[in-house]
Design a protein around this ligand. Sequence first.
Ligand SMILES: Cc1cc2nc3c(=O)[nH]c(=O)nc-3n(C[C@H](O)[C@H](O)[C@H](O)COP(=O)(O)O)c2cc1C
Length: 302
Amino acid sequence: MKKVLVIHYSQTGQLSGLLDSIVRPLEEAGIQVDRLALRPVTPYPFPWTRLTFFNAFPESVGRDPIPLQPFEIPPDGPYDLVILGYTIWFLNPSIPFNSFLKHPDAAAYITDRPVLTVIGVRNMWVMAQEYTRRAVASLGGRMVGHITVVDRSNNLVSVITIIRWMFWGKRDPFFIFPAAGIRQEDVDASSRFGRTIAKHVETGTIDRVQPDLLREGAIKIKPSLLMLEKRALFIFPKYRAYILGKVHKDPASRLRRVKVFSVVLTVGVFILGPLTNLTTALVSLVKRRELQEEVERLSKYG
Ligand SMILES: Cc1cc2nc3c(=O)[nH]c(=O)nc-3n(C[C@H](O)[C@H](O)[C@H](O)COP(=O)(O)O)c2cc1C
């Protein structure tokens, strides 16, 4: 019997629902799917407060690991495929997921195995995936494919709906805004990826899964969001340094600075976002081919 292991962290259950939709066809095909849910020793609160949310910024950006509860599934399987499911926190893999990548036992789950990554996110994930791709390689894993499913609302609309969801726990549509997060129809439609993965697991051709997944729309990179992401990633370490700068002398300075940063980031998203749309439109007129090549390079696996 073929066996697949899914390792993931999902706080509200959105990513777990997406992964369920993807692996259902595998289970229907008789493949055994084991699920290893990552659990921080100290869980993150939900809904978040403004302070707890932005206080996760320095460790997200610094990719600092936190303690995880012991893993409930042993690594031996043997597994024909490992699926790593994760979300993005401040443009980096979420702290709990990153803590797995840095865990001393991670290699036992990854080494010499084909690995497929799945991201369920608002909309910015590309550089985080580049980091994860390198981390998997350094753990001795073989990246064979990747799927990202996003909230397909416009960037600023999804910022508003996700803030309401994260800070007040309200996900439903309101006023002129749609429900927050990934649409249920997109979650349901993701079972098409599972059918493709099941076929390749069964025939022992999982190393060749990515071209089929790409044809089914597994990765769509928007150049304007990629440019915005790169700009933000350039600035983020500077804000991390600012927030942590005086902590050793004055521990209370951290939260004071987190408060300042929470305002700066919120305002920045609403100003920098539309400006970047404009500059990308101009840049893509001049550098259309370079941008296209970069998007193609970032979509290839296996
Ligand atoms: C602290 C925090 C930071 C986040 N930062 C980002 C981000 O930078 N980009 C993004 O597209 N989504 C971001 N999100 C949204 C998550 O990627 C994810 O879509 C959401 O938390 C729901 O995932 P869940 O399955 O863990 O509940 C963030 C969420 C949290 C809690």
